[in-house]
Design a protein around this ligand. Structure first.
Ligand code: ZN
Length: 318
């Protein structure tokens, strides 16, 4: 399998208001590097996009990317043609890699606008090189910018280039990726959330060895989701046992929910559900479950007590 390291630049409405039904961000440049499974660069892709939605550049975009209207009109290719070439370049057996988790979402939003359909696999899994960099070189939670990572890793400067050019950034991201130990960190794939599971059958289950992730279909509201048997279930991913909860799902802010389960063999599992807005105006759940120690279990117990206290205080006020 090859790695398609992708980077995009996009423009936005200079007036702050995109036309109706148009993407907020119009892609103006696509750059990509293809690495084989030994991490060797085997091909590159670069194209500017002829602007259709925004006829002028937002001054910020122009300043940051160095791309102006003249350049796009001179060298830009219409988006559907760019994508046709790009998918040819990708081939059939590849994994997308991007710096951060935004690019594939915006690429799909632009594809939707042009009714370019059925080109992306579902679920769309990718390597977020920024996240992998953090896992290997930082604390796993920080997200540094590409320039910092390039400097930290002493990656040689690409002559005559600047950051925030899609082609340059794709090349630098590929250089960072080459320095990631994929044996160890390559399993931590990310899921693009642009397309939400259409039904129960397409819900997503991922097992990372140290934690699991589940992505539900869209529900009308969070309350409906929290009544779904699968959404609220707890399973030990080490042995597959269905677990009873020590602490049922609770939430302080209505955004994140926590729970605690215990496997007789493997110990405590911390459950976390985050809700995200779906395309239908409802919500879908992203649930993670992780084996934790006594200290984290205690922290969840404490959090639950604080939540109960606050909720009863609120109830008294009413
Ligand atoms: Zn177990």
């Amino acid at each position: 399998m090859d790695y398609i390291v992708l980077d995009l630049e996009w423009n936005q409405s200079p007036t702050g208001r995109p036309p109706k039904n148009a993407p907020v961000f119009e892609i103006v440049e696509i750059g990509a590097v293809r690495l084989n499974d030994r991490g060797e660069q085997v091909d590159t892709f670069h194209s500017y996009v002829y602007p259709k939605i925004f006829k002028t550049m937002h001054y910020m975009t122009r300043e940051v990317t160095g791309i102006d209207n003249k350049l796009l009109r001179r060298e830009g290719v219409k988006f559907p043609l760019v994508m046709e070439d790009f998918f040819k370049f990708c081939g059939d057996d590849y994994c997308f890699c991007t710096w951060g988790d935004m690019d594939l979402t915006h690429l799909q939003i632009n594809c939707d606008y042009y009714k370019i359909r059925g080109k992306f696999p579902f679920p769309l899994l990718f390597l977020d090189v920024q996240k992998l960099y953090s896992l290997q070189y930082e604390d796993g939670k920080d997200r540094t910018n590409l320039k910092n990572a390039v400097e930290e890793l002493n990656i040689p400067k690409i002559e005559g280039s600047h950051f925030h050019s899609a082609f340059t950034d794709a090349k630098y991201t590929a250089e960072v990726l080459k320095r990631i130990d994929l044996e160890q960190f390559g399993k931590y794939v990310s899921v693009d959330y642009h397309k939400v599971p259409a039904d129960k059958e397409h819900e997503i289950y991922l097992n990372f060895g140290t934690y699991t992730k589940y992505i539900s279909r869209e529900f009308k509201n969070k309350e409906d989701a929290m009544e779904d048997r699968i959404v609220v279930s707890c399973t030990c991913y080490a042995c597959g046992r269905a677990l009873r909860k020590k602490i049922r799902w609770f939430s302080l802010n209505g955004k994140q929910f926590y729970s605690l389960c215990q496997c007789p063999e493997h110990g405590y599992l911390k459950g976390k559900i985050r809700f995200k807005k779906g395309p239908g105006g409802g919500f879908f759940a992203v649930k993670t479950q992780k084996l934790v120690g006594e200290d984290v279990a205690d922290a969840i117990r404490l959090k639950q007590k604080q939540t109960q206290k606050k909720q009863s205080a609120r109830a008294k006020e009413k």
